[in-house]
Design a protein around this ligand. Structure first.
Ligand code: ZN
Length: 384
């Protein structure tokens, strides 16, 4: 398949009219066209955009009704004033080369976005119900020539590829990113698996300290194969703050585990050996008063505790150490789980924010991303 077609605004305009008649009953109004080669997504992440470029266009959060607002005027958007006020524009990524059909399906995809806004009601999600509805109408009217999907299908991507120059740039950028980034995977006792990709050592330290204090398993890995594997699944974001993805439901989790631990998690257990149940003692903290304050110590074993006490009180005789250790009065129950977790989190968070200088900006919540090529995953309108 020859992939040497490069679109331009003139071609877009002609095809837009053609497709509008053929697939949308001519219902779409006028539209601006543009080819972009720089900016967000131009490096390959986005094939095309549908944009609303009119000034002061807002959405009523509750009703999803769109309106135009400036100092002295508020006007609701409807089918008749949509083009004038919203100034819709479709853009295609000019860093791609491909077949004409490949670009045409992207154009049709963006036209479906147009359709979902043109009555003056903003869909809740860019690729939500409204988009899927018009998408399936278009698919059937075109006799399957266009399968309109949220993300580019493999078939569509086989018709498009980045220019050599862009490919080289992208690869270089990707290689740099891969070399710098570590995967931090938290395997929690409740089965939840959290992944953070970051090159920020203090983020890594923070996650480790937080979860290890809670007794969860934290694995940090920057092996090229592991990073490459995770990148191939779409986890390419280098997080500067603590954000994570959930991995527990991913079908390739076992594959990742075997890369991290070097064994398959689903190997059969030896049935001859009875399972041993470990006795777990309620966690207690060793506490004694000293002339300078209170000495508190949390140890996993008696030996560790002895070592810690001797380290802190080098002059204490073995006999005395034995005595204080055997005295139940010198132990107190660890604070209840919830309270302790909260305290630990607060302590670590404060320290982190302090060192990162983020104290007033707060920390972002976790998000899930779509690890595939997007055709413009961002809504063209910002919520007001
Ligand atoms: Zn889209």
């Amino acid at each position: 398949m020859e992939k040497n077609f490069v679109p331009n605004p003139q071609w877009m305009s002609e095809k837009y009219d053609e497709m509008n008649t053929m697939l949308f009953n001519g219902r779409l109004g006028s539209c601006g066209f543009n080819i972009f080669t720089t900016g967000k997504g131009s490096g390959g992440g986005v094939l095309g955009w549908f944009k609303i470029t009119g000034h002061g266009i807002k959405i009523d959060r509750r009703t999803r009704k769109m309106f135009s607002e400036n100092y002295w005027d508020k006007e609701y958007i409807n089918k008749d004033n949509f083009v004038d006020l919203c100034k819709p524009v479709i853009e295609l990524n000019g860093n791609y080369r491909g077949t004409e059909h490949g670009f045409l399906s992207t154009l049709v995809h963006e036209m479906c976005h147009y359709y979902t806004y043109m009555e003056g009601w903003a869909p809740t999600q860019a690729h939500g119900r409204e988009f899927r509805n018009i998408g399936s109408v278009v698919a059937s009217r075109s006799n399957g020539m266009f399968t309109v999907q949220r993300i580019a299908t493999a078939e569509q991507m086989s018709e498009l590829e980045l220019s050599d120059e862009m490919k080289a740039k992208r690869e270089k950028r990707l290689a740099n990113k891969k070399a710098a980034v570590s995967a931090v995977v938290v395997f929690k006792r409740d089965g939840v698996v959290e992944l953070t990709m970051t090159s920020n050592q203090s983020v890594i330290d923070m996650i480790k300290r937080y979860y290890e204090k809670m007794g969860e398993m934290v694995v940090v890995n920057n092996d090229f194969n592991v990073i490459e594997f995770l990148f191939s699944k779409g986890y390419k974001k280098n997080m500067r703050t603590w954000r994570y993805w959930y991995l527990q439901d991913k079908p390739w989790l076992d594959e990742l585990k075997s890369m991290l631990f070097g064994f398959e998690d689903n190997t059969e257990t030896d049935v001859d050996e009875p399972e041993r149940e470990e006795e777990v003692e309620p966690s207690k903290i060793f506490t004694i008063k000293t002339s300078t304050g209170t000495f508190e110590c949390n140890a996993d074993s008696r030996e560790e505790l002895i070592n810690k006490i001797k380290e802190r009180f080098p002059k204490m005789s073995d006999e005395t150490v034995e005595k204080v250790i055997n005295n139940p009065a010198n132990y107190k129950e660890a604070a209840s789980g919830v309270r302790e977790e909260r305290n630990i989190l607060k302590e670590i968070l404060d320290e982190f924010l302090e060192t990162e200088g983020l104290k007033n900006n707060g920390i972002e919540d976790s998000v899930e991303i779509t690890p595939d090529m997007n055709l413009g995953k961002y809504s063209p309108l910002q919520l007001q």
